[in-house]
Design a protein around this ligand. Structure first.
Ligand code: PBG
Length: 322
């Protein structure tokens, strides 16, 4: 045999020498669920180790992350049912606790990156990402609501806005609204290929944001489709997105790869709640070893082409490296 691939695996140092993909904590984003109030750290039952946090507890968690070089956070609001309405008004309300917490975090930790969620569902009494009229999602009437929400988030100090709604044309509308309001420096990380996935369950538990009727299949993509992701990518790029995201990650590694091959923008992958929950459940059962399965999972998302990984494992990964 002339060729023996095993020679390049014969010692740890040689394996490291030829390692093609590296993952560092700088490339990770940690999702946090926020609630109004004080001294609240309520574990999400379907996502062990993740909590709905009030401002004080969120600050504590962020402080721990920052000390381990985990600097990037994507924030989601868990909103009381009584504050929800059809138009998701509270999303851009001056008293919105989510916006206030973001400002406070930014003041306390100016070196962090804060990513928002631009979508109606946390604030919508229908539990949908768009405005529901006669049982249907009205795309174009949703756009100004998102534009307004985006400006409020930019005002609060978010560095990057994350439209997760999948309405057509929303990146362009948000970009224009931001520029008009003087926020030309606020970035957009677009949920470009976001699929109508069964793996968002624990997230919807955390926010109590599941649709009251129907599903999200008229706006989120069909899991069977891949070429369609390129249409979304072309639109988001043309409309001014600074990052393209694929979501979920693990079942969609081929889509991550495809987008990476077809854009020069940074590609983000959202390793979603259900994907994390599955692995944690197996580890809790003793069927898998978390210390090995967790970093392998993140590394493989990176190998597929993600420059940035959003994952509920981010803090554990940072802890592990430290
Ligand atoms: C909603 C939104 C969802 C997630 C992020 N933003 C859920 C949904 O579309 O229903 C899911 C994230 C996760 O499961 O971790 N705009």
């Amino acid at each position: 045999m002339n060729i023996r691939p095993r020679r390049n695996r014969k010692s740890e140092a040689i394996r490291n020498l030829v390692q093609e993909t590296h993952l560092s904590v700088e490339q990770l984003v940690y999702p946090l669920f926020l609630v109004d109030g004080k001294n609240i750290r309520a574990e999400v039952p379907s996502l062990p180790g993740n909590y709905r946090l009030s401002i004080d507890e969120a600050m504590r968690t962020i402080g721990q992350c920052v000390s381990k070089n985990l600097m990037n956070f994507i924030l989601f609001p868990s909103v009381h049912e009584k504050l929800k309405d059809k138009e998701a008004t509270y999303g851009s309300h001056a008293e919105n606790f989510y916006l206030k917490i973001a400002s406070e975090i930014k003041a306390a930790f100016p070196e962090t990156t804060l990513i928002s969620d631009v979508a109606m569902d946390p604030y919508s009494s229908d539990g949908h990402d768009g405005l529901v009229i006669d049982g249907k999602i009205d795309n174009d009437k949703t756009l100004p609501i998102l534009g307004k929400m985006a400006v409020a988030q930019a005002q609060a100090g978010f560095d990057i806005l994350g439209p997760s709604d999948m309405m057509d044309g929303r990146v362009g509308v948000i970009r224009m609204a931001l520029d008009k309001a003087g926020f030309s420096n606020t970035s957009i990380m677009s949920y470009t290929a976001k699929y109508a996935s069964a793996f968002y369950g624990p997230f919807r538990d955390a926010l109590e944001s599941a649709p009251k009727a129907g599903d999200k299949k008229t706006y989120q993509m069909n899991p069977a489709n891949k070429r369609e992701a390129l249409i979304e990518a072309a639109l988001d790029s043309a409309e001014g997105a600074d990052y393209l995201m694929v979501k979920p990650a693990l079942n969609y590694l081929d889509v991550i790869h495809l987008i990476k091959e077809n854009t020069n923008l940074p590609v983000a992958a959202y390793h979603v709640s259900g994907e994390c929950a599955m692995l944690m459940a197996a580890c809790k059962n003793g069927w898998l070893n978390y210390d090995y399965a967790m970093p392998e999972t993140l590394l493989c998302i990176k190998r597929a082409g993600a420059d940035i990984i959003i994952s509920y494992f981010a803090k554990d990964f940072a802890d592990m490296l430290a």
